[in-house]
Design a protein around this ligand. Structure first.
Ligand code: NAD
Length: 358
């Protein structure tokens, strides 16, 4: 029995994770995967119940499960609380407790949604890339850091630091992912000025030797920022450190055009993966059955692929989503003015209908 912990969170989180769970239940049963779902609290919901955005028992429960499916956290109700006890802290804590060092953000364009991108259709056509970002090291965590005063002037410093083991493990995730995709890794760096990037070049190339079927390229981060706009369809897997990955994953996401369509996976040393839509809790539409559940449903597909080694059921979900969109179904975030949008539940129903018909 594979236990999956669902942490719906706040706002639209419960609405979208409910649809993702329904899809997993159907696909799991049809594929002979024995899935068992448990539910717990995170974010504002956990603050209300336990006075903390993530209870210790929830952490323990997550550790004992195979994967975590998360909705989103946060909302105006908790905006005035101290930073240390706010909903977002629950998210940061679970990522830390599960030692999630690899963040995977696919950016793929569904042909039916190509017009949602700000780029021209011929540039957008065929985009199907994956940004693999190192999540627990680099300049966001390096020491020394802080602010001070030197000779009467305010000064601040941060330190970009990686050791070879941190680089090798994220590179491995990228090469393994590429092996299941089109077999190409682009390593993004700034080795012309940073020693840290020079070490990345060396270590990524060393890891590449274990993956002879995958082609490796190196690209300067400033060029990459331009190339992603000029020829995004050229790229398969992009691997990079925390800072560059933070920026490039958002850039890649935007070229596909719609926040409600973007899934993510975070993988760690402990073997428990965390899967969540990229969007937030959307308090403006929460509780109204207006949310687009497809990012959560596509996150569930990533869960099958990465935590349960079930790429075929994962592909079935993605195909079902593609067909639903091709048939013209849209939630309100995607609908054109002349289209009647579907609610969150009805969109989930459409995906389930495609799955049972396929
Ligand atoms: P948001 O992603 O929640 O919403 C931005 C806009 O996109 C809103 O207009 C919203 O209605 C819309 N939107 C988002 N997801 C949608 C979906 N699935 N379907 C339809 N429309 C969707 O970002 P925000 O408004 O900046 O933040 C709202 C709250 O969410 C804040 O409390 C923030 O801290 C939190 N947040 C949480 C996460 C997370 O849990 N990972 C990420 C980002 C923001």
């Amino acid at each position: 029995m594979e236990r999956i912990l669902v942490l719906p969170g706040d706002g639209i989180g419960p609405e979208v994770t409910r649809e993702a769970q329904r899809v997993l239940e159907v696909v799991g049963a049809e594929s002979g995967l024995a899935l068992e779902f448990e539910e717990d609290l995170i974010g504002g919901a956990a603050i209300e119940a336990h006075g903390t955005p993530l209870a210790d028992e929830t952490v323990e429960r997550a550790r004992s499960c195979r994967a975590v499916l998360l909705g989103a956290v946060g909302g105006p109700r908790w905006d005035d609380m101290a930073v240390d006890v706010r909903p977002e802290k629950g998210l940061l804590r679970i990522r830390k407790e599960l030692e999630l060092f690899a963040n995977l953000r696919p950016a793929a364009v569904f042909p039916a949604l190509a017009s949602a991108s700000t780029l021209r259709p011929e540039v957008v056509d065929g985009i199907d890339l994956l940004v693999v970002r190192e999540l627990t090291g680099g300049i966001y965590f390096g020491e020394p850091r802080g602010r001070g005063e030197v000779d009467g002037l305010r000064e601040a410093r941060n330190t970009m630091v990686y050791d070879e083991s941190e680089i090798a493990r994220i590179a491995r995730v990228a090469f393994e992912s590429a092996g299941r995709r089109r077999g190409e890794v682009t390593h993004v760096h700034k080795a012309n000025v940073l020693e840290v990037s020079q070490l990345w070049m060396e270590v990524v190339a060393e890891v590449a030797r274990d993956f002879p079927e995958v082609r490796l390229d190196h690209q300067l981060v400033d060029s990459m920022a331009m190339l992603l706009l000029r020829e995004p369809a050229r790229y398969d897997v992009i691997v990079t450190g925390n800072l560059f990955g933070d920026i490039l994953s958002d850039e890649a996401a935007m070229i596909t055009g719609s926040l409600g369509m973007l899934p993510s996976a975070s993988l760690g040393e402990g073997g428990v993966g965390l899967y969540e839509p990229v969007h937030g809790s959307a308090p403006d539409i929460a509780g109204q059955d207006l949310a687009n559940p497809l990012a959560a449903i596509l996150s569930a597909a990533m869960l099958l692929e990465h935590s349960l080694d079930a790429p075929k059921p994962a592909a079935r979900i993605r195909d079902a989503v593609t067909r639903v969109l091709e048939e013209g179904h849209r939630t309100s975030d995607l609908a054109a003015p002349d289209q009647t949008p579907l609610g969150c539940r009805a969109m989930g129903d459409q995906v389930l209908a495609q799955l049972s018909g396929s």
